[in-house]
Design a binder for this molecule. Structure first.
Ligand code: DGP
Length: 124
């Protein structure tokens, strides 16, 4: 079954410039901005500009160019933040999907969390 994309979701509005965001990086196919409710000293959201609901939707339907752009954008942000484990203290990426994943915004996004020890992966 195909996903239905809600173009009134908050990230669609950010992409259309209808509400402001604290942009960290913008590329041809991706946008990264700071989370409005940061859970760590560094909390950046990376989103594709295309209309994809979840990580699996993006991976299944996005073009090779969009997928490469997204992950290269992610890598550049980690390097710019200085959190890659080769030289920095590391990070965690999370992408919540659907009900059990407690996804609030139905536009695929990757959380990059860093800047403090993040504890174990799940609390419950
Ligand atoms: P989730 O869909 O569960 O992965 O969580 C959505 C995240 O998006 C949550 O950490 C808060 C963030 N968020 C929600 N609304 C806005 C907004 O208007 N601006 C920004 N920058 N972040 C938002």
């Amino acid at each position: 079954m195909a996903y239905t994309y809600d173009d009134q979701n908050i990230f669609a509005k950010i992409l259309r410039g209808e509400i402001p965001n604290d942009t960290v990086r913008e590329t041809e196919h991706s946008l990264a901005f700071r989370d409005i409710q940061p859970q760590a000293p560094e909390h950046v959201l990376v989103i594709p500009k295309g209309a994809y609901v979840t990580a699996d939707d993006f991976a299944a339907r996005a073009s090779d160019a969009e997928i490469a752009d997204f992950w290269r954008c992610f890598a550049t942000i980690c390097a710019d933040l200085g959190v890659t484990p080769d030289t920095g203290a590391g990070y965690r990426i999370i992408s919540n999907a659907g009900h059990d994943g407690v996804q609030e915004v139905p536009h695929f996004h990757l959380h990059i969390l860093a800047g403090r020890p993040l504890g174990r992966m799940l609390n419950s």
